[in-house]
Design a protein around this ligand. Structure first.
Ligand code: PLP
Length: 379
Protein backbone atom coordinates (compact mmCIF):
# COMPACT_ATOMS: atom_id res chain seq x y z
CA UNK A 1 0.00 0.00 0.00
CA UNK A 2 1.35 3.46 -0.86
CA UNK A 3 1.43 6.35 1.61
CA UNK A 4 -1.61 8.20 0.21
CA UNK A 5 -3.68 5.03 0.64
CA UNK A 6 -2.22 4.17 4.03
CA UNK A 7 -3.40 7.47 5.52
CA UNK A 8 -6.97 6.39 4.75
CA UNK A 9 -6.88 2.60 5.12
CA UNK A 10 -3.61 1.72 6.90
CA UNK A 11 -4.13 -0.65 9.82
CA UNK A 12 -7.92 -0.20 9.61
CA UNK A 13 -10.74 -2.70 9.37
CA UNK A 14 -14.46 -2.05 9.19
CA UNK A 15 -16.41 -2.25 12.43
CA UNK A 16 -17.25 -5.88 13.16
CA UNK A 17 -20.64 -5.17 14.78
CA UNK A 18 -22.44 -3.10 12.08
CA UNK A 19 -19.88 -2.46 9.36
CA UNK A 20 -19.46 1.21 10.29
CA UNK A 21 -16.89 2.67 7.89
CA UNK A 22 -15.44 4.95 10.56
CA UNK A 23 -14.41 3.26 13.82
CA UNK A 24 -17.06 3.89 16.49
CA UNK A 25 -16.10 5.99 19.53
CA UNK A 26 -16.05 3.33 22.24
CA UNK A 27 -16.76 5.71 25.11
CA UNK A 28 -16.35 3.11 27.82
CA UNK A 29 -13.92 2.49 30.66
CA UNK A 30 -14.65 -1.23 31.03
CA UNK A 31 -15.93 -4.34 29.20
CA UNK A 32 -18.35 -7.09 30.27
CA UNK A 33 -16.85 -10.51 31.03
CA UNK A 34 -18.91 -13.72 30.79
CA UNK A 35 -16.72 -15.45 33.36
CA UNK A 36 -13.59 -14.10 35.13
CA UNK A 37 -11.13 -13.49 32.29
CA UNK A 38 -13.79 -14.30 29.68
CA UNK A 39 -13.64 -11.11 27.59
CA UNK A 40 -13.30 -10.20 23.92
CA UNK A 41 -9.75 -8.83 24.13
CA UNK A 42 -10.67 -5.72 26.12
CA UNK A 43 -10.72 -5.48 29.91
CA UNK A 44 -10.12 -1.86 30.89
CA UNK A 45 -9.62 1.25 28.76
CA UNK A 46 -6.30 2.36 30.25
CA UNK A 47 -4.88 -0.86 28.86
CA UNK A 48 -6.82 -1.11 25.56
CA UNK A 49 -9.67 0.66 23.84
CA UNK A 50 -10.91 -0.27 20.35
CA UNK A 51 -10.98 3.34 19.07
CA UNK A 52 -7.49 4.01 20.42
CA UNK A 53 -6.25 0.72 18.97
CA UNK A 54 -7.56 1.69 15.52
CA UNK A 55 -5.60 4.94 15.80
CA UNK A 56 -2.46 3.17 17.06
CA UNK A 57 -2.61 0.85 14.05
CA UNK A 58 -2.90 3.88 11.77
CA UNK A 59 0.15 5.50 13.43
CA UNK A 60 2.17 2.30 12.85
CA UNK A 61 1.06 2.07 9.23
CA UNK A 62 1.90 5.63 8.12
CA UNK A 63 5.35 5.53 9.78
CA UNK A 64 6.26 2.12 8.27
CA UNK A 65 6.47 0.61 11.76
CA UNK A 66 4.90 -2.45 13.34
CA UNK A 67 3.56 -1.05 16.61
CA UNK A 68 1.89 2.28 17.44
CA UNK A 69 1.11 3.82 20.82
CA UNK A 70 -1.12 6.83 21.53
CA UNK A 71 -0.67 9.12 24.54
CA UNK A 72 -2.48 12.06 26.11
CA UNK A 73 0.06 14.53 24.67
CA UNK A 74 3.35 14.67 22.79
CA UNK A 75 5.17 15.23 26.08
CA UNK A 76 3.48 12.16 27.61
CA UNK A 77 4.86 10.15 24.68
CA UNK A 78 8.40 11.51 25.26
CA UNK A 79 7.98 10.84 28.99
CA UNK A 80 7.29 7.16 28.20
CA UNK A 81 10.53 6.93 26.20
CA UNK A 82 12.62 8.39 29.05
CA UNK A 83 11.02 5.84 31.41
CA UNK A 84 12.92 3.16 29.47
CA UNK A 85 16.04 4.55 31.22
CA UNK A 86 17.32 4.31 34.79
CA UNK A 87 19.41 6.53 37.09
CA UNK A 88 22.98 6.85 35.79
CA UNK A 89 21.96 6.55 32.15
CA UNK A 90 22.93 9.32 29.74
CA UNK A 91 21.16 10.89 26.77
CA UNK A 92 22.68 12.84 23.88
CA UNK A 93 20.12 15.28 22.48
CA UNK A 94 19.94 17.95 19.80
CA UNK A 95 20.37 21.42 21.35
CA UNK A 96 17.79 23.29 19.22
CA UNK A 97 14.65 21.51 20.34
CA UNK A 98 11.08 21.97 21.47
CA UNK A 99 11.09 23.91 24.75
CA UNK A 100 8.76 21.48 26.52
CA UNK A 101 11.07 18.58 25.71
CA UNK A 102 14.03 20.49 27.14
CA UNK A 103 11.98 21.30 30.26
CA UNK A 104 10.95 17.64 30.75
CA UNK A 105 14.56 16.45 30.39
CA UNK A 106 16.20 19.07 32.62
CA UNK A 107 13.52 19.96 35.18
CA UNK A 108 12.05 16.49 35.75
CA UNK A 109 14.47 13.76 34.71
CA UNK A 110 17.81 15.26 35.74
CA UNK A 111 16.48 15.04 39.32
CA UNK A 112 16.04 11.28 38.79
CA UNK A 113 19.74 10.92 37.98
CA UNK A 114 19.60 10.88 34.17
CA UNK A 115 22.25 13.01 32.47
CA UNK A 116 21.52 14.95 29.26
CA UNK A 117 24.06 16.37 26.80
CA UNK A 118 22.61 19.00 24.45
CA UNK A 119 24.72 19.37 21.32
CA UNK A 120 24.53 20.58 17.73
CA UNK A 121 24.18 17.46 15.55
CA UNK A 122 24.59 19.00 12.08
CA UNK A 123 27.86 17.07 12.10
CA UNK A 124 27.02 13.52 13.29
CA UNK A 125 30.71 12.69 14.00
CA UNK A 126 30.58 15.09 16.96
CA UNK A 127 28.11 12.82 18.77
CA UNK A 128 30.76 10.20 19.59
CA UNK A 129 32.57 12.75 21.80
CA UNK A 130 29.59 12.55 24.16
CA UNK A 131 29.05 8.77 24.05
CA UNK A 132 30.22 6.45 26.86
CA UNK A 133 29.08 3.16 28.39
CA UNK A 134 26.17 4.88 30.14
CA UNK A 135 24.74 6.41 26.95
CA UNK A 136 21.39 4.73 26.30
CA UNK A 137 19.49 7.16 24.07
CA UNK A 138 20.09 9.67 21.28
CA UNK A 139 17.29 12.22 20.91
CA UNK A 140 16.90 13.95 17.56
CA UNK A 141 14.43 16.60 16.45
CA UNK A 142 14.59 17.46 12.72
CA UNK A 143 13.73 19.94 11.28
CA UNK A 144 14.41 21.80 14.53
CA UNK A 145 12.19 24.39 16.16
CA UNK A 146 12.30 27.30 15.46
CA UNK A 147 15.55 27.47 13.43
CA UNK A 148 14.68 24.75 10.86
CA UNK A 149 18.09 23.06 11.12
CA UNK A 150 18.27 19.63 9.52
CA UNK A 151 19.96 16.63 11.10
CA UNK A 152 21.11 13.64 9.05
CA UNK A 153 19.07 10.79 10.59
CA UNK A 154 20.95 8.07 8.68
CA UNK A 155 24.34 9.38 9.84
CA UNK A 156 23.17 9.62 13.46
CA UNK A 157 21.68 6.11 13.28
CA UNK A 158 25.09 4.74 12.23
CA UNK A 159 26.61 6.14 15.43
CA UNK A 160 23.68 4.79 17.49
CA UNK A 161 23.97 1.29 15.99
CA UNK A 162 27.75 1.18 16.40
CA UNK A 163 27.40 1.82 20.15
CA UNK A 164 24.12 -0.07 20.63
CA UNK A 165 22.20 3.06 21.67
CA UNK A 166 18.48 3.67 21.03
CA UNK A 167 17.73 6.44 18.53
CA UNK A 168 14.46 8.35 18.91
CA UNK A 169 13.34 10.99 16.40
CA UNK A 170 10.70 13.67 17.02
CA UNK A 171 9.01 13.73 13.60
CA UNK A 172 6.39 16.35 14.49
CA UNK A 173 7.55 19.05 12.01
CA UNK A 174 8.09 16.77 9.01
CA UNK A 175 5.34 14.15 9.43
CA UNK A 176 5.67 10.77 7.69
CA UNK A 177 4.44 12.45 4.49
CA UNK A 178 7.89 14.05 4.22
CA UNK A 179 10.21 11.86 6.29
CA UNK A 180 10.14 8.32 7.70
CA UNK A 181 12.75 8.04 10.49
CA UNK A 182 12.27 4.26 11.01
CA UNK A 183 13.28 3.70 7.37
CA UNK A 184 16.37 5.86 8.00
CA UNK A 185 17.51 3.73 10.97
CA UNK A 186 15.69 5.21 13.99
CA UNK A 187 14.32 2.83 16.66
CA UNK A 188 11.48 5.06 17.84
CA UNK A 189 9.58 7.80 16.05
CA UNK A 190 7.65 10.28 18.18
CA UNK A 191 4.91 12.80 17.33
CA UNK A 192 3.04 15.58 18.90
CA UNK A 193 -0.12 14.46 17.09
CA UNK A 194 -1.54 17.78 18.31
CA UNK A 195 0.13 19.31 15.25
CA UNK A 196 -0.01 17.98 11.66
CA UNK A 197 -1.37 14.46 12.35
CA UNK A 198 -4.48 15.84 14.07
CA UNK A 199 -4.18 18.83 11.76
CA UNK A 200 -7.17 20.88 12.92
CA UNK A 201 -5.97 22.44 16.20
CA UNK A 202 -8.74 20.71 18.13
CA UNK A 203 -6.94 18.01 20.12
CA UNK A 204 -3.77 17.43 22.18
CA UNK A 205 -2.16 14.02 21.67
CA UNK A 206 1.13 12.13 21.38
CA UNK A 207 2.28 9.12 19.38
CA UNK A 208 5.13 6.61 19.30
CA UNK A 209 5.87 4.07 16.58
CA UNK A 210 8.49 1.28 16.67
CA UNK A 211 9.40 -1.76 14.57
CA UNK A 212 10.88 -4.01 17.26
CA UNK A 213 8.47 -6.21 19.26
CA UNK A 214 10.52 -6.29 22.46
CA UNK A 215 10.84 -2.49 22.49
CA UNK A 216 7.11 -2.17 21.77
CA UNK A 217 6.28 -4.46 24.71
CA UNK A 218 8.40 -2.36 27.07
CA UNK A 219 6.65 0.81 25.87
CA UNK A 220 3.16 -0.77 26.10
CA UNK A 221 4.03 -1.77 29.67
CA UNK A 222 4.98 1.84 30.49
CA UNK A 223 1.89 3.21 28.70
CA UNK A 224 -0.38 0.99 30.81
CA UNK A 225 1.62 1.22 34.06
CA UNK A 226 2.00 5.04 33.97
CA UNK A 227 -1.39 5.61 32.36
CA UNK A 228 -0.82 8.74 30.23
CA UNK A 229 -3.27 7.52 27.58
CA UNK A 230 -5.69 9.52 25.41
CA UNK A 231 -9.46 9.13 25.33
CA UNK A 232 -11.59 7.51 22.61
CA UNK A 233 -13.10 10.83 21.40
CA UNK A 234 -9.65 12.34 20.83
CA UNK A 235 -8.52 9.08 19.17
CA UNK A 236 -11.41 9.39 16.72
CA UNK A 237 -10.52 13.01 15.90
CA UNK A 238 -6.86 12.24 15.16
CA UNK A 239 -7.79 9.19 13.12
CA UNK A 240 -10.06 11.44 11.06
CA UNK A 241 -7.27 14.00 10.76
CA UNK A 242 -4.79 11.43 9.41
CA UNK A 243 -7.14 10.58 6.55
CA UNK A 244 -6.36 13.94 4.91
CA UNK A 245 -2.72 14.23 6.01
CA UNK A 246 -1.33 13.76 2.49
CA UNK A 247 -3.58 16.37 0.83
CA UNK A 248 -3.04 18.85 3.65
CA UNK A 249 0.73 18.36 3.59
CA UNK A 250 0.90 18.83 -0.16
CA UNK A 251 -0.76 22.25 0.22
CA UNK A 252 1.29 23.13 3.35
CA UNK A 253 4.43 22.51 1.28
CA UNK A 254 3.21 24.54 -1.74
CA UNK A 255 2.14 27.47 0.42
CA UNK A 256 5.30 27.23 2.58
CA UNK A 257 7.48 27.50 -0.52
CA UNK A 258 5.52 30.49 -1.89
CA UNK A 259 5.68 32.33 1.46
CA UNK A 260 9.42 31.56 1.86
CA UNK A 261 10.14 32.94 -1.62
CA UNK A 262 7.97 36.03 -1.09
CA UNK A 263 9.75 36.83 2.19
CA UNK A 264 13.23 36.19 0.75
CA UNK A 265 12.55 38.88 -1.89
CA UNK A 266 11.01 41.44 0.49
CA UNK A 267 13.21 44.51 1.18
CA UNK A 268 12.50 44.53 4.94
CA UNK A 269 13.53 40.90 5.47
CA UNK A 270 17.03 40.02 6.70
CA UNK A 271 16.97 36.22 6.52
CA UNK A 272 14.48 33.39 5.90
CA UNK A 273 15.06 29.98 7.52
CA UNK A 274 13.52 27.32 5.29
CA UNK A 275 15.28 24.06 4.30
CA UNK A 276 14.04 24.30 0.69
CA UNK A 277 16.50 27.08 -0.17
CA UNK A 278 19.72 25.90 -1.84
CA UNK A 279 21.53 28.35 0.45
CA UNK A 280 20.24 26.54 3.58
CA UNK A 281 23.34 24.93 5.16
CA UNK A 282 21.71 21.47 5.31
CA UNK A 283 19.69 21.70 2.09
CA UNK A 284 21.31 18.60 0.57
CA UNK A 285 20.51 16.44 3.62
CA UNK A 286 16.96 17.82 3.66
CA UNK A 287 16.62 16.89 0.00
CA UNK A 288 17.91 13.38 0.60
CA UNK A 289 15.79 12.48 3.65
CA UNK A 290 12.62 14.54 3.03
CA UNK A 291 10.24 14.38 0.07
CA UNK A 292 9.50 18.13 0.28
CA UNK A 293 10.26 20.96 2.70
CA UNK A 294 7.10 21.48 4.73
CA UNK A 295 5.07 24.46 5.86
CA UNK A 296 7.21 25.70 8.77
CA UNK A 297 9.60 28.62 8.39
CA UNK A 298 11.16 31.44 10.40
CA UNK A 299 12.49 34.86 9.41
CA UNK A 300 14.23 37.93 10.79
CA UNK A 301 13.77 41.55 9.77
CA UNK A 302 16.45 44.14 9.02
CA UNK A 303 17.50 46.09 12.12
CA UNK A 304 16.60 43.12 14.36
CA UNK A 305 14.08 45.18 16.34
CA UNK A 306 12.01 43.44 19.05
CA UNK A 307 9.11 45.95 18.94
CA UNK A 308 8.95 45.98 15.13
CA UNK A 309 8.48 42.20 15.10
CA UNK A 310 5.82 42.36 17.81
CA UNK A 311 4.01 44.93 15.58
CA UNK A 312 4.20 42.61 12.57
CA UNK A 313 2.61 39.66 14.38
CA UNK A 314 -0.02 41.99 15.85
CA UNK A 315 -0.90 43.33 12.39
CA UNK A 316 -1.22 39.92 10.72
CA UNK A 317 -4.91 39.09 10.28
CA UNK A 318 -5.11 35.69 8.58
CA UNK A 319 -1.98 34.42 10.36
CA UNK A 320 -3.31 34.09 13.92
CA UNK A 321 -0.84 34.91 16.66
CA UNK A 322 -0.78 31.70 18.70
CA UNK A 323 1.34 28.89 20.13
CA UNK A 324 1.29 25.57 18.29
CA UNK A 325 1.54 24.69 14.59
CA UNK A 326 0.47 22.22 11.97
CA UNK A 327 -3.23 23.06 11.74
CA UNK A 328 -5.10 23.96 8.56
CA UNK A 329 -5.04 27.63 9.62
CA UNK A 330 -1.92 29.78 9.39
CA UNK A 331 -0.30 30.78 12.69
CA UNK A 332 2.47 33.20 13.61
CA UNK A 333 4.68 33.33 16.68
CA UNK A 334 7.37 35.58 18.15
CA UNK A 335 9.72 33.18 20.00
CA UNK A 336 11.63 35.90 21.92
CA UNK A 337 8.43 37.01 23.69
CA UNK A 338 6.51 33.72 23.59
CA UNK A 339 7.98 30.20 23.47
CA UNK A 340 11.55 31.26 24.32
CA UNK A 341 10.82 34.20 26.67
CA UNK A 342 12.03 32.26 29.72
CA UNK A 343 15.47 31.65 28.19
CA UNK A 344 18.03 34.43 28.88
CA UNK A 345 18.62 36.65 25.81
CA UNK A 346 22.29 35.60 25.42
CA UNK A 347 21.37 31.92 25.64
CA UNK A 348 18.57 32.06 23.08
CA UNK A 349 20.65 34.20 20.70
CA UNK A 350 23.34 31.48 20.65
CA UNK A 351 20.92 29.21 18.76
CA UNK A 352 19.65 32.06 16.52
CA UNK A 353 16.50 33.05 18.39
CA UNK A 354 17.14 36.80 18.07
CA UNK A 355 14.69 39.61 18.95
CA UNK A 356 13.20 39.97 15.47
CA UNK A 357 12.71 36.25 14.75
CA UNK A 358 9.17 35.35 13.68
CA UNK A 359 8.01 31.78 13.14
CA UNK A 360 5.21 30.92 10.73
CA UNK A 361 3.14 27.77 10.46
CA UNK A 362 1.84 28.24 6.93
CA UNK A 363 -1.68 26.85 6.61
CA UNK A 364 -3.69 25.69 3.63
CA UNK A 365 -5.65 28.89 2.89
CA UNK A 366 -5.51 30.56 -0.54
CA UNK A 367 -1.89 31.63 -1.10
CA UNK A 368 -2.89 35.08 -2.43
CA UNK A 369 -4.60 35.90 0.85
CA UNK A 370 -1.59 34.73 2.86
CA UNK A 371 0.88 36.81 0.80
CA UNK A 372 -1.38 39.88 0.93
CA UNK A 373 -1.64 39.50 4.71
CA UNK A 374 2.17 39.44 5.05
CA UNK A 375 2.45 42.42 2.65
CA UNK A 376 0.16 44.60 4.71
CA UNK A 377 1.74 43.56 8.03
CA UNK A 378 5.28 44.28 6.76
CA UNK A 379 4.23 47.47 4.95
C1 PLP B 1 4.25 20.53 20.35
C2 PLP B 1 5.50 19.75 20.26
C3 PLP B 1 5.84 18.80 21.24
C4 PLP B 1 4.99 18.57 22.48
O1 PLP B 1 3.74 18.03 22.15
P1 PLP B 1 2.39 18.30 23.01
O2 PLP B 1 1.36 17.58 22.23
O3 PLP B 1 2.21 19.79 23.06
O4 PLP B 1 2.63 17.72 24.37
C5 PLP B 1 7.00 18.08 21.06
N1 PLP B 1 7.80 18.27 20.00
C6 PLP B 1 7.51 19.19 19.05
C7 PLP B 1 8.44 19.38 17.89
C8 PLP B 1 6.36 19.97 19.15
O5 PLP B 1 6.09 20.88 18.21
Amino acid sequence: MKFNTKTIHGGQEHDKAYGAVMPPIYQTSTYAQSTPGGHKGYEYSRTHNPTRNALENAFASIENGNFGLAFGSGLAAIDAIIKLLKPGDEVVSTNDLYGGTYRLFTKIYEAFGIKFHFIGMENADKIENYVNNNTKLIWVETPTNPMLNIIDIKAVSKVAKKHNILLAVDNTFATPYLQKPLDLGADIVMHSATKYLGGHSDVVMGALVVKNKELADRLYFIQNASGAICGPQDSFLVLRGIKTLHVRMQRHCENGKAVAEFLANHPKIEKVYWPGFETHPNHEIAKSQMDDFGGMLSFTTKGNDYDASVKIVEKLKIFTLAESLGGVESLSGHPASMTHASIPKEEREKTGVVDSLIRLSVGIEDIDDLINDLKQALG
